[in-house]
Design a protein around this ligand. Sequence first.
Ligand code: PLP
Ligand code: COI
Length: 356
Amino acid sequence: MLDIKITKTTQPKAKPQPGDKLGFGKIFTDHMFIMNYTEGQGWHDPRIEPFQNLSLSPAAMVYHYGQEMFEGLKAYKNGDDVYLFRPDMNAKRTNATNDRLVIPQLPIEDFVQAVSAIVDVDRDWIPTDPGTSLYIRPFIIATDEFLGVAPSKTYLFMVILSPSGAYYESGLAPVGIWIEDEYVRAVRGGIGYAKTGGNYAASLIAQQKAHDAGFSQVLWLDGVERKYIEEVGAMNIFFKIDGKVVTPALSGSILPGITRDSTIQLCKSWGYDVEERKISADELLEAQNNGKLEEVFGTGTAAVISPVGKLRYKDTVMTIGDGTTGELSMKLYDTITGIQTGKLPDTLGWRVKVGE
Ligand code: PLP
Ligand code: COI
């Protein structure tokens, strides 16, 4: 158990009010969690402090070689209860990322305790309008003052909180997705499965290209053959083809999404055949031409379920179904958000109550 020292702000900020447009990741709460790591000492000095700027040497290693990681999860309020969704999965993925980036391991129970503690302190910031939540951003940065390329000997683990609305402005309305055939995001043996800033920096140029062409997100192809579907910029991707649910297998170059895992479990429990396998862009075109591509949707913490209405590949723009939100996408959205917010029973044991 961490012994967390809490210092409350003396200057609380005005909280957003019901009905306010929150956007995503733009507003931050009054407090943050922070804990140091020092080689030989381990993680130490866990504390909750007023949300404030950091003071770091310009030579801090994170600024130069990107040794850092982050996570994303959400808290929801239902009456006096506050829930997290599968936070142990974020803790486990943190350690998988840390291993790849030679960042020290963080005990799973310490991660979950830190997240619960900061959410508890700022629980009055959790928005309750439909589609809103408190987005939680845990992250670790390398802080040694050193310009050599080597793992840092000191780190900061922090958790910040942002009351947020839908990730895409369109909310649950279908998005247009651009299958990128020039740039790649990740290769086998690389860092694709890790949740680290470099993957997102590598994605910006293609995202800009997609935006300029009127599409909201990029769907990546594999880095070797540039044939097989990988994932979207901030989501995993699912296809409903001829009644079956198909999603790319975890090959090492895509993020093992928690919403992906939840979606697979739910679809199986509803009797769908779920295939985790390689799926090529050509197979999608063919399914579309045969009238068998029934639904396409992305899954992610920020977006939850995001139906795809339009998919562009080279010279073809496919309209999925009739371009509106599909039945399975809707059912998944309603079920996952129902469990997250406490409106549906938690039959799979995914909800964690804060403060218990
Ligand atoms: N893929 C990428 C690249 C992401 O950034 C995210 C978002 O976290 C996901 C997939 C979905 O993962 P999760 O469902 O755990 O949020
Ligand atoms: C999330 O869904 O939590 C993400 O990390 C998406 C993010 C890159 C905005």
